[in-house]
Ligand binder design. Structure first.
Ligand code: ADP
Length: 270
């Protein structure tokens, strides 16, 4: 068995992504071995989400960040399968519009944070403002440097307001990205997922990794921890993320709301 690899980097310690193996699969040696646990997690998540929705007290925010082809879409599709769509909202953050750029970088984000009873999933997030924005030099360094503190304060405010925050970095290798890009090129039904611009970003892989390491180090807090998910194997990625979501929801100690008194005496008129 390979050495245990931590899922959550220690708070306050610098993250070096080279220390994290994207091929790691823990105690599981195959997709088949993980299947049962994943199915169990899906059932449990469905039950827990129903209580979350009914109780209307807590909110859960799931942040997904990854390089292109890192598996954000697949994670949402597989992990959230079967969950009642009424209580889940996925927001994909794209290149900001002119109106969004006229505001502070968190303005567009805050509008999409989950309300009580809801699960919100961010497909990309405010972290783009210290990742792509930093690497592509879209704003000067003095602007992005202060954003780590802004993000921590923003996330703390959300946590203080009843939002549980889970952040996942889907860690794939550069070789795995190449394979996934090639698969997109080889399959006409996947051509829409490919853009030449993805290769320009890929060429700056090391700079992106450095920017990720900074975000994973500086914005790893008690109230909004990062998880570094080994993501070369999709099945292990799904398993890890569903484990964390289920454990987190279990810990919220949620209950269905009190029923009105004497419901057993209610007679429904014809
Ligand atoms: P995805 O790759 O997530 O499936 P797209 O292909 O539409 O979706 O890519 C969205 C693009 O928007 C990415 O290139 C991402 O870097 C970019 N983007 C997101 N947020 C910002 C931001 N704040 N500033 C600049 N670019 C951003």
């Amino acid at each position: 068995m390979s050495k245990q690899q931590p899922l959550r980097p220690e708070i306050g310690q610098p993250v070096h992504l080279d220390d994290y193996d994207p091929d790691y699969t823990g105690d599981y040696d195959s997709k088949h071995a993980a299947k049962e646990q994943l199915e169990h997690n899906r059932d449990r998540m469905r039950e827990l989400q129903e209580v979350l929705y009914a109780e209307d007290k807590h909110a859960l925010l799931i942040v997904l960040q990854a390089m292109d082809a890192g598996g954000k879409d697949g994670t949402i599709r597989h992990v959230m399968r079967g969950v009642n769509p009424q209580g889940v909202r996925v927001t994909s953050f794209k290149v900001p519009t002119p109106e969004e750029l006229d505001h502070d970088f968190l303005w567009r984000i805050h509008q999409h944070t989950p309300g009580r009873g809801e699960i919100g999933i961010f497909n990309r997030s405010h972290y783009e403002d210290v990742l792509v924005v930093r690497v592509e030099k879209l704003v000067p360094e003095n602007v992005w440097q202060v954003r780590y503190d802004h993000i921590n304060a923003f996330e703390q405010m959300l946590a203080d307001s009843g939002v549980t925050i889970l952040k996942f970095y889907l860690h794939i290798s550069k070789a795995e990205q190449k394979e996934r890009f090639q698969a997109r090129l080889d399959d006409p039904t996947k051509h829409w997922k490919f853009s030449r611009g993805d290769l320009t970003v890929r060429a700056k892989w090391d700079r992106y990794m450095a920017a990720y390491e900074n975000a994973l180090t500086r914005c790893n807090t008690e109230w909004a921890p990062w998880h570094i998910v080994p993501a070369n194997k999709k099945w292990y990625r799904n398993l890890v993320i569903s484990n964390v979501i289920v454990e987190t929801l279990e810990h919220l100690d949620m209950h269905y709301p009190e029923a009105e008194p004497d419901l057993d005496t209610v007679v429904i008129p014809d």
